[in-house]
Ligand binder design. Structure first.
Ligand SMILES: NC(=O)c1ccc[n+]([C@@H]2O[C@H](COP(=O)([O-])OP(=O)(O)OC[C@H]3O[C@@H](n4cnc5c(N)ncnc54)[C@H](O)[C@@H]3O)[C@@H](O)[C@H]2O)c1
Ligand SMILES: N[C@@H](CCC(=O)N[C@@H](CSCO)C(=O)NCC(=O)O)C(=O)O
Ligand SMILES: [Zn+2]
Ligand SMILES: [Zn+2]
Length: 370
């Protein structure tokens, strides 16, 4: 079949809208019509050539929602007509990681996914006879895409695609980092570095968990109003401040340091600041941001010797097929907010504008509707 898609032919080039050839689903795979997709900063980081796993030409996008249109042989958990959210962190429920009960990082198809291929080692997309690679196992910047059965979460049919697609990454990552990874408790003091599409969801996750202080930090002053909408209690604009100044200010505000800090910037200098702003003896810093290829984190080991903890999280520690339908329920029941964070709704033809808005700090989430 044919599908309209925004293709990343090369790094640092605008996406091109073209008609691709798409092979149907093989055994264990499903064909999904993508109805809406968000644009996450991770898509921009890959398009900018900063991802060590970045492959071109490819169809980016990993924050989608859509409808199953066809299933391959042996598929039993979904059927045509089901509403689904694609999962860049699949859940096979059989691999060592899934069975461990300790992680959401299913390893069943990670090797081929990282090479832009389906589990059988081939790609379903092509253009003028040449292969086009998949991205994060999702490729939601295509109107139709093929996914492994283990990489789709079935969701309720009354959830709007335009907003629930954000649960495919940003919402689940931010809220889950608080509830699954940090396990923030009532009364904890939380500091969030970077109040974009992920950080604002960390803030609403901290509010849900009953945190005491929720301090938001950004270098964009417009983000203060955004943070306050979702439960932020204090704001710090750190533009022009040194690491020591930021740490000292957070330690003063939180009476010794935060119980939990979250990096939602991807900047390795900010990651260090976030660790050092944690309370001596027990504070934990969670890295959510994805850093550019080649960047490394550093701190004095004394920071860890004196009881601070450094951790990371992918997809908010959520097990996709199990947890995503529940997060959709939280949204539909009004426990978490999504609609106000969708600042721009674009057509596929306008997708490059979504990247421009993100880089200019003018959007929280842009969503493309097909
Ligand atoms: N671990 C995961 O599973 C996961 C999932 C989604 C996104 N991410 C990553 O999370 C990060 C955030 O993504 P997003 O979509 O929210 O991006 P975004 O562009 O919407 O937001 C980033 C925010 O950080 C702020 N910022 C930038 N530099 C800063 C600095 N030095 N100090 C303080 N604030 C600063 C920006 O002003 C902006 O508000 C990215 O690195 C993305 O790749 C990780
Ligand atoms: N490919 C990059 C790392 C990118 C990365 O860390 N991705 C996150 C999701 S970001 C979503 O917006 C993730 O899930 N990581 C776990 C995994 O990819 O298995 C690199 O090579 O540095
Ligand atoms: Zn993402
Ligand atoms: Zn698994």
């Amino acid at each position: 079949m044919k599908t309209r898609a925004a293709v990343a032919f090369a790094p640092k080039q605008p996406l091109e809208i073209v008609e691709l050839d798409l092979e149907g689903p093989k055994a264990g795979e499903v064909l999904v019509e993508i109805m809406a997709t968000g644009i996450c900063h991770t898509d921009a980081y890959t398009l900018d050539g900063l991802d060590s796993e970045g492959i071109f030409p490819s169809v980016l996008g990993h924050e989608g929602a859509g409808i199953v249109r066809e299933v391959g042989a042996g598929v039993t958990s979904v059927k045509p007509g089901d509403h689904v959210i694609p999962l860049y962190t699949p859940e096979c429920r059989q691999c060592k990681s899934c069975l461990s009960g300790k992680t959401n990082l299913c390893t069943a198809i990670r090797a081929t996914q990282g090479k832009g291929l389906m589990p059988d080692g081939t790609t379903r997309f092509s253009y003028k006879g040449e292969p086009i690679f998949h991205y994060m196992g999702c490729s939601t910047f295509s109107n139709f895409t093929v996914l492994p059965e283990i990489a789709v979460a079935k969701i309720r049919e009354d959830a709007p695609f335009q907003t629930s697609c954000y649960i495919g990454c940003g919402v689940t990552t931010g809220v889950g980092a608080v509830t699954n990874t940090a396990k923030v408790q009532v009364g904890d003091n939380v500091v969030v570095f970077g109040l974009g599409g992920i950080g604002l969801n960390v803030i609403q996750g901290a509010r849900l968990a009953g945190a005491n202080m929720i301090v938001g930090i950004d270098i964009n002053p417009d983000r203060e109003e955004w943070g306050r909408k979702f439960g932020m209690t204090h704001f710090l604009n750190t533009k022009g401040m040194s690491r020591d100044e930021v740490v000292a200010k957070v330690v003063e505000m939180t009476d010794g340091g935060a119980d939990y800090t979250f990096d939602c910037t991807g900047n390795t200098e900010v990651m260090r600041t976030a660790l050092e702003a944690c309370h001596r003896g027990w504070g934990t810093s969670i890295i959510i941001g994805v850093a550019e290829a080649g960047k490394e984190i550093a701190t004095r080991p004394f920071q860890l010797v004196t009881g601070r903890n450094w951790r990371g999280t992918a997809f908010g520690g959520a097990k996709g097929r199990t947890d995503v339908p529940k997060i959709v329920d939280w949204y539909m029941d009004g426990k978490i907010e999504i609609d106000p964070m969708i600042t721009h709704v674009l057509s596929l033809e306008e997708i490059n504008k979504g990247f421009d808005l993100m880089h200019a700090g003018e959007s929280i989430r842009s969503v493309v509707v097909f």
